[in-house]
Design a protein around this ligand. Sequence first.
Ligand code: NOJ
Length: 760
Amino acid sequence: MRKIFVLIAVLAITACSNNNQKSADNEMDRFISELMGKMTIQEKIGQLNLVTPGGGILTGSVVSTDVESKIKAGNVGGIFGFYGPDKLRQAQKMAVEETRLGIPMIFGADVIHGYKTTVPIPLGLSFSWDLELIEKTAQMAAKEATADGIFWNFSPMVDVSRDPRWGRISEGSGEDPFLGSEIAKAMVKGYQQNDLKAPHTMMATVKHFALYGAPEAGRDYNTVDMSRMKMFNEYMPPFKAAIDAGVGCVMTSFNDVDGIPASGNRWLLTELLRGQWEFDGFVVSDYTSINEMIDHGMGDLQAVSAMALNAGLDMDMVGEGFLTTLEKSLNEGKVTEEAINLACRRVLEAKYKLGLFDDPYRYFDDARPAKDILSAENREIARMAAAHSMVLLKNTNQMLPLKKSGNIALIGPLANDKNNMLGTWAPTGDPQLSVPILEGMKSVAGENVKIVYAKGANISDDPVFAAKINVFGPRIEIDERSAEAMLKEAVNVAKSADVVVAVVGEASEMSGESASRSDITIPESQKKLVRALAATGKPLVLVIMSGRPLAIPEENELADAILFTGHPGVEAGNAIADVVFGETNPSGKLTVTFPRNVGQVPIYYAMRKTGRPQADDVFTKFRSNYLDVENSPLFPFGFGLSYTNFEYANLAVSKQTFSSGDEIEVSVDVSNTGNFDGEEVVQLYVRDVVASVTRPLKELKGFKKIFIKKGETETVTFNLSANDLAFYHQDLQFYAEPGEFMVFVGGNSDAPLSGKFELK
Ligand code: NOJ
């Protein structure tokens, strides 16, 4: 009886909230229809124009001009890359008070990994596998950005990538669609918090739709070609997840999809996105990506602009093809008034949902920046996020954590550096606010440790390379001293220490946009340094910083311990010191496979089965392999050590068979058998043993990050349903095939414990 009552109450509440939603939607439709009834065609087209007034970091060669006069003429729907309540209030005033209809503008920015309190690069943050933490960093970013007047974010970037040559692998969550989807949802939730009108939330944009993470040869902006099955099973899920989580905006990608550039691809932007996935927000182009369809060979500016509008793209970033050609195309019958109306309505709806028609100045509170930005509390979150994102790749003889006594030689071009700590694409962060590692180590180590620093090497000795990296400010500073002199100093410092900590890797702009590499090793200048330090015979800890997986087999041989930190953000030095001295036990796990060399790329754990698999990583003629390198990666997906040790036992599957509509339970005991309390990411993978199409060797289908005290055992349980076993088939239907499945559970994708079950 009670149950029935609860059910009726729930249904009533749901019906009531559905009704509320409907009436809010009706109210919005009525408001916008009335407004649009007063708008001229040119004013409608003006709403589709997004400009950047310059002064920030530009990501293309074109800059918006005459922004002020365009705003006053009603030719601007939104602005991005322009910050601060005062400046934005002035701009908004122009739109509200000096245009005929007073329509407020939307203000956007790239708030990719923190606003001013920069957290680790997204790839680094994904290593935490900690959805709550990730959501919290997004929430913090939204609070800081909105304090500065920004309420539309060009994040999350959810492009799956299996190619470490591609510089923008740093901006995503790695290679896996399941984990990527979970992170996409957490970020959308963190930014939007299910309430776009709240003063501390911002509208999120999922990008880059679609397939941007798979450019041929890993070269940014390059062409993409993949089967629909791969697309839907491996690259699309995080977009779908963000849309299901209610993301307000979608940004198109620069590449083509099935031969048609994404910004002009009607199948992608209308049939799939709006038709099948029921996305009801608006679509923005990437920076001049409509214009770039001219270079793709799609026609002149008028033709590509019409193509983009007809495809379902609503707002044109910087290119002004919409602004300058759509009216002509309308007159010539190349676009319809309905298409312009639809795009305009979607942009106005976003503004309505953000509350701008109630109060266009709602995000401009002069008191907020000082209170909400870079607070001590936020820096603490950044420090914690960074420490929890680091991956311990090697720790021979429990080299780490270091004792807080003795002499440490802290060596390397990234060891006492502020310019590279934030990582790529932190346009609102200030590198000079970051904590260098030397400073962090000294403060965490205390007085009983003597730390002597030497630079030891330049990040790169090549001035031509350095010039390409230093576009946003100094990142690679080539020392006045010779490479030999620096090396000699470092070796001497190392010889007089008990242990050497060397911080090496990539400058922040060696990854990110337009920063692809064909060689993914540590630059030679630093390799020489590592060799020389190893030759001293002193215990060697490598702290490796980079925006991508690096091929580091030699360093792996030479070092006693390796901590991979990504680019950790504004609290870099403190967070690294926390981990190095054991204040934080590392719990990060790779979300992308680390190859042995670039020739193995693409290499990822979920590769499909071949007809000639090779067992045990030993070369066998006429099997799928290489003559000059093993098939296995250097470090697999999901891998990461802890200062303690976790043992897995007793994998149990609740039923041998189950049918769709039912669930199966998989459980495992995880014991902390080492000497530290610690967190472990328990991972569950599934293999479809027989199917109608070739399937991946394994797919991640569940994970839990849990804390286990030393000496204790926790039982971890996962539930699987037929939906978790489903995949897109050749006809793009999504369903599970009955039959046998294997399940693997462990601390990385090479999880040895396995079980079986059957789906009826
Ligand atoms: C180009 C980048 O691809 C995109 O991610 C970014 O949001 C825009 N520039 C705006 O800065």
